[in-house]
Every structure is written in structure tokens, then in C-alpha cells.
Design a protein around this ligand. Structure first.
Ligand code: PLP
Length: 358
């Protein structure tokens, strides 16, 4: 029986990826020059398709990095002179804050309890904050922050840049880019690709901030500062030798997603999430960790009463991988990815094994 990965990243490959990898080898993609016109065509196809899937307007450009964490670091370097502000409700949102501190910024944070959403009315965002960050889907806890809440913060702080991490929710989630300056993700989660490629979507306004910082003798980093991303991105290239293979695969998988229809994928995501949540809502012992309103549809976290080892062992015997809890909740939780690469049939198999032990 084929192994199924419900791990939250890397995860199950999008079903067409093995064929695309075979074709890539036939077409010698791993040896392709990143200065060739063939490479530029793959780059262009990948970003054009992403624009269609996520409805990215012309006010925003799409660039490649090595990872989502790199996207966080570039965001801080290129948009913050001194002050940043971070909504923190888990490990990845804390990482965004920590990166700002590591880069010597005066970073402030507003916290929510693990597994909970924010009390937005209590958040005091200092005037001097230049950037506000969110992790829209906290993979560590399974909490999804409603986009409406993020838009409300954006609306009440029109002078500040807004950056959101959509790593483990996109392409199910696509923000309204008129309200967001920067969105970042990596491709090994919702896009079902091998790891090692990040994507940044950057507004003209954020680009202007980077230009201003650079012109006023502030460091915005080196080969992947926003200005370099733009200079090379305009030619469908990157400053460095990038992950050519993954950019090729992204150009193919985004094509497949468009052919299937992103609305179909979103509907399937909701159906599969509903199957999992209703199974666990009715489970005699194991329960969803997050209250209904804030439950992620794409990374589903279940409190298994310290028995994650037992659950993981049972599933492994049936060639299924799920993630244990994050950090200190390793034993208490299991985390189940529900990405476009996961089929309803696979989810039903997972449920059947948990229900009947076979
Ligand atoms: C996985 C993950 C990251 C880190 O992604 P990398 O590609 O490893 O940098 C960041 N944020 C969230 C929400 C994630 O789930």
C-alpha cells in the first residue's frame, strides 16, 4: 500500500508531481542554466499561474526566496527602519517577532494564548510601528486567524505595512491584496512540492519603503533585498542560482491546479476538513484543540490526551504519517494536514483506521 503523508510540511506530493519530476529529468531541467530563456519561461509561467490562482493584482509582484523563514527575514530587513509589531499566537508567529529582534529592531508583540484567537480590542499598536505581522494559519496550534480581523487591523492603520504568512493555508486561502502589503509562503505545504522554495508577494508600497531605506543608508540586506529581487525578477530571473527544479515543478503544478479549478479545490478542502472535525467532535476521547470559530481547515490539530505516540504508531503500521504536536505539545497533539494533495478517500481511510483500528 502506498504511504500517505498527512504531515504538515513537507507533506503528500501533489498527485501529478512524480510525472513532472520524470519529465524534468527527460528535459534535463536540473542542468538548465538560470540565465537561459527556457528557465525564464518556467519562471514566468509559475508567477503568471500564481497570479491567477491567488488573484494577485498588478500592484503586487511575485518573487522567489529559499524558504518562508527567509521571506520573514527579508520582510523585516526591507520594510522596518526601527519599529515592528507582531501578533503572536504560536511558534511561527513568534519566529517572525524573533527575527525582528535578531535584526536589531525594536519589536513589540501582542499575544494570544496557545490555541486561542486574539482579543483584538486589547491590541495597542504603537504609532511608530512601521510593519504589522500575522501568521494567518498557525501550524503549531491549528488556529486560523480570520482574514476579516487582519483587514480590520489594516484598515485602522493605513500608514503601516501589513505582512502575513500564509504558508500552511494557501492556496486554500488567498488574501485580498488591496489590504495586504506582503504575503509569504513556501511550496512544501499547500502546493504539494518538495521543500526548498519560498514565494514572496510584495506591494509597490512595500517596495517603495525598501527603496527609501536603501537611499537613506539603511541596510536592506544583500542579494535578496527587495530591489535585487525586483531587478532580476523583471527579467524572470533571480540574482543567485535558484532552485530551478522546484520553479519548474511549481510552473507545472500551478497549471494542474488551474486546470482542476481553485474553487473546486477550496470546496474539497472544506468537505475534507468537515469529515475530520466531525469525526473528532464525536470521538469518545480525542477532541479538536481549537474552538470551532478559529479552526484551521488545512492544519487540523487534535488533542489526543498524551497518546500521540500510540496514534502515530497505529497509523504508521497502516502506512500513514501524521505529525505529532509542536514543541512541548508533542505528546498531547497530533496534527493532520488537509492540503489540495490529500484526497477525500485518503481522509476516509485515516478516519477508518482510527475508528476501527484497521
Ligand atoms: C512551515 C512554516 C514556516 C516555515 O517554512 P520554511 O519553508 O521552513 O521556512 C513558516 N510559517 C508557517 C506558518 C509554517 O507552517
Amino acid at each position: 500500500m502506498k504511504h500517505i503523508f498527512f504531515s504538515v510540511g513537507p507533506s503528500q506530493l501533489y498527485p501529478t508531481v512524480p510525472v513532472h519530476i520524470k519529465n524534468a529529468l527527460k528535459e534535463n531541467i536540473p542542468s538548465l542554466s538560470h540565465r537561459s530563456s527556457a528557465f525564464a519561461d518556467y519562471y514566468k509561467t509559475a508567477v503568471t499561474n500564481l497570479r491567477k490562482i491567488l488573484l494577485i493584482p498588478d500592484t503586487h509582484e511575485i518573487y522567489f526566496t529559499a524558504s518562508a523563514l527567509e521571506g520573514m527575514e527579508r520582510t523585516i530587513q526591507n520594510t522596518v527602519k526601527t519599529h515592528s509589531f507582531h501578533f503572536v499566537n504560536g511558534s511561527f508567529s513568534r519566529e517572525f517577532y524573533q527575527i525582528a529582534l535578531d535584526l536589531g529592531k525594536t519589536a513589540k508583540r501582542f499575544d494570544a494564548e496557545n490555541g486561542q484567537s486574539f482579543d483584538f480590542k486589547d491590541a495597542v499598536i504603537p504609532d511608530e510601528s512601521e510593519l504589522i505581522t500575522f501568521v494567518q494559519n498557525e501550524t503549531s496550534t491549528g488556529v486560523s486567524t480570520p482574514l476579516e480581523n487582519i483587514y480590520a487591523v489594516s484598515k485602522s492603520h493605513p500608514d503601516k505595512l501589513i505582512a502575513i504568512d500564509i504558508v500552511s493555508s494557501t492556496p486554500y486561502i488567498a488574501p485580498d491584496f488591496t489590504k495586504i502589503d506582503i504575503a509569504l509562503f513556501s511550496v512544501q505545504k499547500g502546493f504539494g512540492l518538495p521543500s526548498g522554495l519560498g514565494v514572496m508577494i510584495i506591494s509597490n508600497r512595500a517596495m517603495q519603503k525598501a527603496r527609501y531605506l536603501s537611499n537613506t543608508q539603511h541596510s536592506i540586506g544583500s542579494y535578496h533585498n527587495f530591489l535585487k529581487l525586483q531587478e532580476f525578477g523583471n527579467k524572470y530571473q533571480t540574482r543567485e542560482t535558484p532552485n530551478v527544479m522546484n520553479i519548474y515543478l511549481l510552473s507545472k503544478v500551478t497549471q494542474d491546479i488551474l486546470a482542476k479549478g481553485i474553487e473546486v479545490i477550496r470546496h474539497e478542502t472544506e468537505v475534507k476538513a468537515q469529515l475530520l472535525y466531525s469525526f473528532f467532535d464525536n470521538h469518545p476521547r480525542y477532541k479538536p484543540y481549537v474552538q470551532e470559530k478559529y479552526r484551521s481547515k488545512t492544519t487540523i490539530v487534535i488533542d489526543v490526551l498524551g497518546e500521540s505516540g500510540k496514534v502515530v504508531d497505529l497509523l504508521t503500521k497502516h502506512a500513514i504519517t501524521v505529525a505529532e504536536g509542536y514543541g512541548k505539545r508533542k505528546d498531547n497533539h497530533i496534527r493532520i494536514a488537509n492540503f489540495p494533495s490529500h484526497t477525500e478517500q485518503q481522509i476516509k481511510r485515516l478516519i477508518r483506521i482510527l475508528k476501527y483500528g484497521k
